[in-house]
Design a protein around this ligand. Structure first.
Ligand SMILES: Nc1ncnc2c1ncn2[C@@H]1O[C@H](COP(=O)(O)OP(=O)(O)OP(=O)(O)O)[C@@H](O)[C@H]1O
Ligand SMILES: [Mg+2]
Length: 244
């Protein structure tokens, strides 16, 4: 579904991604994990052509992502940005339907899709007329997810969707999100700082460090056969794994 071939991204002197080669299979959930600044958000932003690779190729569904097709490819991708990114001056309904209205879908289709998304994400339909500031953090994440799903994307990118939530809300939303991913059967790339969360969601975990891929595999593979000392050090530093 997604391939990165020797992708390097430089911001001036700083190399954010260094010759990343990676392929992500269709219909699976992939967790991207690594320390702050290792390049996780940069990888997602490449798929949307929000930034372009300095070197190398990025492909989505067998097509090179480039200036010419970026808009078309973006419409096939749902994106929950780090920090949610809802428009504060728009109601929930208007936030979620923004792209569908822009593309001229009928209001009847839109309202039916919205009702279905409320059911899927367990967002109360009675709160659709509220503004983001009038919602709890967990509800705002549900709205971000509804907005990402409005065009029925083949690929869903979530950048630390649960990072700002308290532990109980977070645990509940983790369960619900996993059920949603199973129901949708789409390719999902989820960024997290938390290895327990990565293991919970990811059929496959991609561990990054300083702009390079250190290891790709299941949690068990990372745990039992670390590719290099960094993998064990990273696992040892994770407080959420202290029960192991
Ligand atoms: N537009 C930009 N201009 C300059 N440097 C950038 C830009 N975007 C990202 N960087 C740098 O590239 C590196 C990777 O950034 P990125 O946002 O991908 O990290 P991340 O892994 O998502 O981190 P976090 O976990 O904190 O969100 C960081 O050092 C960041 O400062
Ligand atoms: Mg980030």
């Amino acid at each position: 579904m997604v391939t990165f071939e020797k992708v390097t991204v430089s911001f001036g002197e700083h190399v954010a991604l260094n010759e990343v080669t990676l392929s992500l299979p269709q219909g699976r959930t992939i967790a991207l994990i690594g320390p702050s600044g290792c390049g996780k958000s940069t990888l997602l932003r490449l798929l949307l052509f929000l930034i372009s690779p300095t070197r190398g190729r990025v492909r989505v569904a067998d097509r090179d992502v480039n200036q010419g097709n970026a808009i078309e490819i973006r419409r096939r991708i749902g994106y929950v940005v780090q920090d949610g990114g809802l428009f504060p001056h728009m109601t929930v309904r208007d936030n979620v339907l923004l792209m569908a209205r822009y593309l001229g879908y009928s209001e009847e289709t839109n309202q039916a899709r919205l009702a279905w998304l409320c059911e899927l994400t367990k967002f109360p339909e009675g709160a659709l007329a509220r503004y983001p500031v009038q919602l709890s953090g967990g509800q705002r994440q549900r709205v971000s997810l509804m907005r990402a799903l409005i065009l029925d994307p083949e690929l869903l990118l979530l950048d630390e969707p649960l990072a700002a939530l308290d532990p109980i809300v977070r645990a509940n939303l983790q369960q619900e999100l996993r059920a949603i991913f199973q129901r949708l059967q789409r390719t999902v790339v989820l960024v997290t700082h938390d290895m327990a969360e990565a293991a919970y969601f990811g059929d496959r975990i991609v561990l990054l460090e300083s702009g390079r891929v250190v290891q790709v595999g299941t949690f068990q593979a990372l745990w039992e056969s670390p590719a290099e000392p960094f993998v064990s050090d990273f696992l040892a530093a994770q407080r959420t794994l202290s029960f192991l």
